[in-house]
Design a protein around this ligand. Structure first.
Ligand code: HEC
Length: 104
């Protein structure tokens, strides 16, 4: 399946929920978010598609900054802009922390 189709399928399935508040992000919330990323970046943070970067073991500050850049449009990318727009900064921080700790 092409990446765009995956993103559309996720939206259609209602898996992409709007970001909630600014409260601390729980483990369950992180898992709910990661499921959406796994379609492209792999459940283990290792992408199966050559056009998608691996996230496992990447530096957490780097991942966090990229998510901010995608959201602001400073790093232009259609799918990632869409994905990052759903995220609060607390969620980006939690996601970056999660992927940075995965083995690569
Ligand atoms: C539809 C497929 C798709 C989905 C879903 C997706 N990504 Fe991505 N992601 C990409 C692609 C493709 C790139 C490479 C962007 C580019 O070429 O600049 C990318 C890039 C990134 C990067 C930058 C990595 C780097 O090495 O610079 C991060 C961080 C990232 N994604 C995090 C996420 C997170 C977190 C989610 C879930 C909320 C997610 N992505 C969901 C396709 C996707």
């Amino acid at each position: 399946m092409k990446m765009r189709n995956i993103a559309l399928a996720l939206v259609a399935a209602g898996l992409i929920a709007p970001a909630t508040g600014t409260a601390a992000v729980t483990r369950t919330q992180i898992e709910d978010l990661i499921v959406q990323c796994a379609a492209c970046h792999g459940a283990d943070g290792v992408a199966r598609d050559v056009e998608v970067p691996n996230l496992a073991g990447q530096h957490d500050r780097y991942l966090y900054n990229q998510l901010l850049n995608f959201r602001s449009g400073r790093r232009p990318h259609k799918e990632m802009r869409y994905m990052s727009r759903q995220l609060t900064e607390e969620e980006m921080d939690a996601i970056a922390d999660y992927y940075s700790k995965l083995p690569h």
